[in-house]
Structures are given as C-alpha cells and as structure tokens.
Design a protein around this ligand. Structure first.
Ligand SMILES: [Mg+2]
Length: 353
C-alpha cells in the first residue's frame, strides 16, 4: 500500500503578499488586476469571507468586498518560494509531482528519512515550510492521489487530514460526486439529474453501464467512487500540452478561411490527444499576424475534453473575440491543463490493497 501526500500552500499568492507587506495582514487582499477586465488570481482568507474567489472578475470581486485591496502579482517571488518548498519535499522523497507553484503530490512510501508514519512526515514538512518561508501549508494523507487531494481541503488552512485505509470505503461512499477529481460542473449536473449525488449512489451502476453513459470516464468513475486510484506520482510529468500549428504560404485574410484552417488544426489536435489518451481543460489559440507579431488567447472549461467539436468551437470563439487587424500567417491550437493518467490507466486499475 502506498503513502501519498498532497501538500498545498494556503492562499499562496495572497499569503506571500501579506507576509512581505505587514499593512496587508488581516485585510481582504486580492492578487490580480483591479481594472475592468482583470481577474482575481488569488484571494486572502479575509477576502474569501466576502465571497471573493480566484478566477472571479475583479469588478465583481470589488462589488462583493468594497474594501478589497488589489495587489499586483509578483511571480518571480512566488517562483522562488515554490523552489524553496520543493527543496523541502526533496529532503523526504524524489517522487514529487508538482501540480502548480504551490501544490504537489509526494509518494513517501519509501522516504529518505525512514519515517514510518506519513502523518508525521506531513507535519514535519509543514513545519519546515513555515520555519523557512513564514507561510502555512495544508496536507492530505492517504493511499492514493485522489484521496490525498480531497483530504487536503478538509482541514485547510494550516491543517492536515489523514484518510486512513480503513476509512476509505466509508469516506468515498459519503463523498459528493462534485468532489471527485475530474468531475466538472456539467458532469455533476448530469449525475444529479440521474439521482446520483454521492459515491454510494454511483456504486449502484456497473462498469459497463457507466462506460456507456460517460465513455472512457465511466471506467474512471467506477473505480474512483470505490476509492481506487492507481495513478503513480510522476516526478517527470512530461507533457504539459498537446497542440498543432500551421504556417500558411499565403496569409489568411478572410474569416471563413481562418475558420476552416482552425477546423483542420482542431481535428489534428483532437487526434493527437486521443492517441495519447490525453484530455485537457484549457484551450489556447496562437495567432501570428503577417508582420510576425504573435498573440495567444486561452479559455478554460470545467471538464476534461479531447473532442474535436469542442476544441474547435472554443478556438473559433477566441479567434472571433480577437481583433483581426491583419491577415494571419500562422494559426495554432493547444490544449493544456492535462489529465493524462485518468483515461490512459483506467483499464489497469487493480484492487491491490
Ligand atoms: Mg494553494
């Protein structure tokens, strides 16, 4: 049986800003642009009590919390803190899979310190993070990535939660389907309409029935509602995105030509994704004008996809929203925010604990 930790810094960007500027401490802080088109990249816990969340448009955030203080992000600082916490992780294991600057999975089944209890490792790591950065982190501890990640949120901020192997069954039975990793808003609504609200509800369906209803994801749901997730912690998470781009010998001036070019590219991207069992949540278009200036525009959706029609539709939206002031010499689409494991390993899951 594996011992997996998920470590997540608490309100990371906002906490770094409060650490470095005492005047911000105890106050509602949003990291991000305050202008009409800005979005909140991170909100302090004080801001969250007003309903301010990350990814929320700044204008809405300011309405919810009139005293909200907007702070410009300082990514260089966040990156260097991120490096500091990774060094701490590496003192315990080399099996570290970063999910973001402030978040990582660690496989501590065999750890460099020879500590038996994963909860003790989590406590030590959080203490060292605090000692070295004056920032708090939360941790989830369990037998796989899915359960460790769900556990982290239970005692956040500055806490940790163990989902003991003996509690996995009861825990996943009671867990609401929207908390299952990879289930977005659309899928959750679909499940709710079928009367499926918890893991226990989901367990009533056979694997073939779930596959028929949800395609490849059905097999994943079948296992995950039983607390089964064999995805390894991947220190070498290779791919960040899947994409394709084309340079045109004659610049594309007409919208109709640009659209049909994007259609071909979307088809190619979708094929590549399906071949590698990749699905992603963020679609990016790359647009290069005839004068070589290049722009990228992205949109994220709430579920994983590899579907050509969906990728194409979003690419078109992004294209149409962009000023097309010159003909294009290059167009590209990529899909990132990937969940490669879920679909590719669904068939290999075993009951080995
Ligand atoms: Mg975090």
């Amino acid at each position: 049986m594996r011992k997996i930790l998920h470590i997540d810094m608490d309100a990371f960007y906002a906490s770094v800003e409060q650490r470095d500027n005492p005047e911000l401490r105890g106050k509602p802080v949003a990291v991000g642009g305050s202008r009409a088109r800005g979005v909140v990249a991170a909100a302090s816990y004080e801001a969250r009590t007003f309903g301010v969340k990350s990814a929320m448009p700044s204008a809405i955030a300011a309405r919810k919390c009139p005293e909200l203080i907007f702070v410009r992000p300082r990514f260089e600082v966040y990156k260097s803190v991120s490096q500091q916490i990774r060094e701490i992780f590496f003192a315990y294991t080399d099996l570290v899979e970063p999910l973001a600057l402030d978040e990582a999975f660690l496989d501590v089944t065999e750890n460099k310190q020879g500590i038996t209890r994963a909860t003790e490792i989590a406590r030590e790591i959080r203490q060292r993070i605090f000692d070295e950065t004056q920032l708090t982190a939360s941790a989830g501890i369990s037998i796989n990535k899915f359960l460790a990640k769900v556990a982290t949120d239970i005692n956040k901020p500055n806490g940790q939660t163990l989902i003991h192997p003996s509690k996995v069954d009861a825990f996943t039975a009671h867990l609401e389907v929207e908390r299952f990793f990879g289930v977005g808003k659309v899928t959750a609504e679909k499940l709710h309409r079928m009367g499926i609200h918890t893991g226990a509800d989901l367990r009533k369906y056979s694997r073939p029935a779930l596959v028929q209803m949800f395609g490849k994801s059905g097999s994943y749901y079948y296992h995950i509602c039983r607390g089964i997730d064999d995805r390894p912690v991947r220190p070498d998470r290779i791919r960040k995105s899947v994409g394709a781009e084309r340079t045109y010998s004659e610049d594309l001036a007409e919208l109709s030509a640009q659209k049909s070019a994007l259609k071909d590219i979307a088809e190619e991207v979708s094929k590549r994704m399906q071949k590698g069992s990749y699905q992603g949540k963020t679609i990016t278009v790359k647009l290069r004008y005839s004068d070589f200036t290049t722009h990228t525009r992205s949109r994220s959706i709430d579920h994983f996809t590899d579907a050509e029609a969906e990728i194409y539709a979003i690419a078109i939206e992004l294209l149409e929203a962009h000023p097309r002031e010159q003909p294009f010499r290059l167009l590209g689409i990529s899909v990132s925010n990937l969940d490669a494991d879920r679909s590719s390993e669904g068939g290999q899951l075993t009951l080995d604990f």
